[in-house]
Design a protein around this ligand. Structure first.
Ligand code: AMP
Ligand code: MG
Length: 354
């Protein structure tokens, strides 16, 4: 059954923390699902690796994933569903070729990238206008998604730079006590990453090779172009570095990082402010976006992409972004702002030169 919109049970206390936090999966699915409902995180097995899951409709919960993984960048997450019909809730189009593939390979190690519905928070897709969707082939993962009644956004349940976990004990060793629930479903069938196919262009495009080989995809749907990210580099067969995706959303309005910014210095220009907390002086700005009134980095991360998008749509000459504290999620936020400002600097250099 397709999802309605996400229910967010404010006021409902989170379930009791299990002791120890590794719990046998089957008897605890319902309680783990309530944890997901309450904005919590749950590590759960899939057929590839253990995932670190949150309600995909809850931007704050998804921000906690990045916090726990201590990843210095945001990367787009795969949204896990338990029913093919739920694709329509997440994506604005579901092309024929994508349908053919999912009919054949779901549940399984195939991820399809489709244009996203607005209900999918920007933090899930790291600002991309597309969403990656997968229906995993694991009874525990499917039972958890069904019980939570929301799609679950999940990367692998390891800290940045560490090996992906294939047992509950690996997750326990690697992630600190802020993760309360690890559903133990035994060891994963190792080594099969999902094949990622994008349906955004005129021809399907392979973004990452994985469990479903290219020839098998082509036998099902005809020619598939191979994106450069899917070709292992000769130096090392490193996977696609997701935060570096060239197509990542970057504002087209120039963006500059500036401490103690004062609008009066930009007289004659339409300048917008991207502020961490509420600015002390609001005069002179053509638009202001506050990331977190109470100065919470998780809330700031959850709001970041949408705030940049709104400023970019406001017809501004320039966006001034105030630096955030570089601790925890502040690192990932600053990484994104630096990249946006570097692009702006490169743009200025080009326009000067010509
Ligand atoms: P993993 O969860 O480790 O299997 O990795 C998720 C992969 O999906 C990363 O390589 C991401 O770059 C990729 N991915 C997620 N969302 C998108 C998207 N919207 N467009 C392209 N790639 C995506
Ligand atoms: Mg990973």
């Amino acid at each position: 059954m397709p999802f309605g919109h996400s229910t967010w049970p404010f006021g409902i206390p989170p379930p009791m923390k299990p002791t120890p936090r590794i719990v046998p999966a089957e008897p605890n699915i319902e309680q783990a699902a309530r944890q997901i409902d309450a904005g919590g995180l749950v590590a759960f097995p899939t057929e590839t690796v253990y995932g670190l899951g949150a309600n995909a409709f809850d931007a704050i919960a998804v921000a906690r994933i990045f916090e726990l993984k201590a990843r210095p960048q945001f990367d787009p997450l795969i949204v896990h569903i338990a029913d093919v019909a739920d694709v329509e809730c997440l994506a604005t189009s579901f092309p024929h070729a994508a349908r053919v593939l999912v009919e054949q390979f779901w549940p399984g190690p195939l991820t399809v990238v489709l244009p996203k519905q607005p209900i999918v928070p920007d933090i899930v897709t790291a600002g991309l206008p597309s969403v990656a969707i997968r229906l995993p082939d694991h009874p525990i993962a499917l039972a958890l998604i069904r019980a939570a009644r929301v799609p679950i956004a999940a990367p692998s349940a390891n800290p940045f730079g560490r090996v992906s976990p294939t047992t509950a004990a690996h997750v326990d060793e690697q992630l600190d006590e802020r993760l309360e629930w690890i559903l133990d479903g035994g060891p994963c069938r190792v080594g099969v990453e999902s094949t990622i196919v994008s349906f955004l262009g005129p021809t399907p495009s392979l973004l990452r090779p994985g469990g479903v080989p290219l020839e098998v995809l082509e036998a099902a749907i005809g020619p598939v172009t191979v994106h450069p990210s899917a070709i292992p580099s000769s130096a090392a067969d490193r996977p696609l570095a997701p935060g570096q995706l060239a197509s990542h959303y970057a504002p087209s309005t120039p963006l500059q990082l500036l401490i103690n910014s004062d609008a009066s210095q930009f007289r004659g220009q339409r300048v917008g402010l991207l502020s961490f907390r509420s600015p002390s002086n609001r005069t002179g700005w053509a638009a202001i976006e506050v990331l977190s009134e109470r100065g919470d980095l998780g809330e700031a991360a959850a709001n970041l992409f949408a705030a940049i998008r709104r400023l970019d749509a406001a017809g501004l000459d320039l966006i001034i972004a105030e630096p955030l504290p570089e601790a925890g999620l502040g690192n990932a936020i600053m990484d994104r702002l630096r990249r946006a400002s570097a692009r702006a600097a490169a743009h200025f250099a080009r326009t000067k030169a010509t």
